[in-house]
Design a protein around this ligand. Structure first.
Ligand code: NAP
Length: 496
């Protein structure tokens, strides 16, 4: 029985859109993109809290083949990213392939028909020769089970469910969490709230953000001479590469650079926060890079304001009108903002149930064994399946590096498949094991294992204490491997 589609893509964020563009390039144009939200853009559709902006400069945080000369700032606000996603979807004809409000429950490999059967909430099934999941890394919002939270009588709002018309003016607000989201949100909430308490469990490394509007003449130059924007991208990407790859992944060899980044962040803190005790509380006690660092010129300064307070005692419970900390102190509030991030390792790898050959369950396989995926994209026993958000797949700091490397991997893999006149592929156990050994080996030099990450509570680490998210490669070598991996790492056609 022929499947309905060449391919089923799950997720209409930048990852799923990149996959769609590549499928078209490969001539696999009969595909559908299933998206649980009511519009495209992934993270940039879901998140619209005040202060949202990229924290990777926009020249880099965009598809290299679709530069946008008109970013208003070096670090574009969230709204522009959403508009950019819409532009890409329109230009590449992706929108007509997208189905919104389609919540995928799971997918099962149909051995007899050699295709995937994807279940959509409501009872519908969709079949596709190939399955590509592009469900994001940070897409399952996390609310900690604070005792008593259900009794809170005021307004509770998670940053991923921001209500644009909610007015913070005069509110006595609390923000729980001090990750990259809170760093952007805290200064904005402080502008309106009458009182703001920020509940911090683990401080975050914050370095200055070299941000400015991009003047119209520069935008015009980018539009008329695209090579200029390409050059800007190259310079910025190289700087990020130095920070991330050298300072974090090659910690052992380049400790000085890592320590330098930490010193820069500490100097930034000293220059911005007057009170010594607050400065101490905001200083991380783990190495730079154990947890994703962030960039801001406004976050630290906010703690100088008289109506803003940093609370570092741990939260004991929530009452109808406040938060009580372990020391017995109650902070009275009427608005509780949860900047508590995402659950990555319990519910997101994979985001939907995936059942492969011989009944293999991907989530169970990863949990019973180690989290793993060949080149961060394919897994043995899961034929015709590309898991775009896999362990060890994230390369560099900008997600677009990963997306475009995976598009190249698709190009090489499907090119070979077509050359052989086959329709089924599966990565070999041996290739997968070799890749896992290589990344494990290389990560030994990273800050995750060579540095002091004990107090970081970083989502880079999974429940087994393994830093299984980032791929320990330079972005250049990730891209090189995507176009040169051994073709015999895959089996093509149905095994006899
Ligand atoms: P996050 O980094 O996971 O931060 C969640 C925060 O909630 C942490 O400070 C965490 O404290 C706190 N928290 C969680 N459970 C808690 C509990 N039980 N009690 C007290 N505090 C608790 O999430 P995020 O800030 O949303 O950022 C996630 C990622 O999204 C970022 O690292 C970044 O990759 C991305 N992001 C990017 C941008 C951008 O501009 N491009 C903006 C925002 C976010 P602990 O650290 O102690 O666990």
């Amino acid at each position: 029985m022929a499947p309905q589609y060449d391919a089923v893509v799950v997720g209409a964020g930048f990852g799923g859109m990149g996959a769609g563009i590549e499928l078209d390039r490969l001539g696999l144009s009969n595909y559908v993109i299933l998206e649980r939200e009511n519009d495209l853009g992934g993270t940039w559709h879901v998140n619209h809290y005040p202060g949202l902006a990229v924290d990777i400069a926009s020249v880099t945080y965009s598809y290299s083949f679709e530069p946008n000369p008109y970013w208003s700032r070096l670090f574009a606000p969230g709204k522009e990213l959403k508009r950019y996603a819409e532009h890409v979807a329109d230009k590449y004809g992706l929108r007509r392939r997208m189905r919104f409000g389609a919540v995928v429950d799971g997918a099962r490999w149909d051995e007899e028909n050699q295709h995937w059967v994807v279940s959509v909430a409501g009872g519908e099934t969709v079949t596709g020769r190939y399955l590509l999941t592009a469900t994001g890394f940070l897409s399952q919002p996390y609310t900690p089970p604070f005792p008593g939270i259900e009794s809170f009588a005021g307004k509770i709002i998670h940053t991923t469910a921001w209500e644009d018309d909610f007015d913070l003016t005069g509110r006595r607000a609390a923000i729980i969490g001090t990750g990259a989201t809170a760093v952007q949100l805290v200064p904005e909430v402080a502008k309106k709230a009458a009182a703001l308490t920020v509940f911090q469990r683990t401080p975050i490394w914050v370095v200055p953000k070299v941000d400015a509007p991009i003047p119209a003449p520069v935008q015009k130059l980018f539009a008329s001479v695209p090579a200029t924007q390409k050059a800007a991208r190259l310079v910025n990407t190289s700087m990020l590469e130095a920070l991330m790859v050298v300072g974090v992944l090659h910690f052992k060899q380049a400790k000085a650079l890592n320590k330098g980044a930490g010193l820069l962040a500490k100097a930034h803190l000293r220059a911005q926060v007057r009170d010594k005790r607050t400065r101490e509380q905001l200083t991380p006690h783990y190495d730079f890079g154990c947890k994703r660092p962030t960039f801001s010129n406004h976050y630290f300064k906010t703690f100088n304001k008289p109506h803003v307070r940093l609370e570092t005692n741990s939260i004991d419970h929530v009452e109808a009108d406040g938060i009580v900390t372990a020391d017995g102190h109650k902070t009275e509030i009427d608005t509780l903002i949860l900047a508590t991030g995402f659950n990555l390792w319990d519910v997101n790898f994979p985001a939907v149930e995936i059942i492969g050959r011989d009944g293999a369950n991907l989530g169970k396989f990863w949990r019973d064994n180690r989290f793993q995926a060949y080149e961060g994209i394919t897994v043995p026993k899961f034929p015709n399946f590309l898991s775009l958000n896999s362990p060890y797949s994230y390369s560099g700091l900008s997600y677009f590096t990963t997306i475009e490397a995976q598009m190249k991997h698709m190009g090489r893999l499907f090119g070979e498949l077509f050359r052989r006149g086959e329709t089924t592929f599966e990565v070999t156990e041996a290739a997968n094991a070799r890749f896992l050994d290589t990344v494990t080996d290389k990560l030994g030099a990273s800050v995750f294992y060579g540095g002091d990450c004990a107090t970081a509570r970083s989502y880079y680490f999974n429940q087994h204490g393994e830093a299984a998210l980032l791929r320990p490669n330079s972005t250049v070598s990730t891209h090189r491997q995507a176009v040169s991996f051994p073709l015999e790492d895959y089996v093509y056609g149905v095994p006899a």
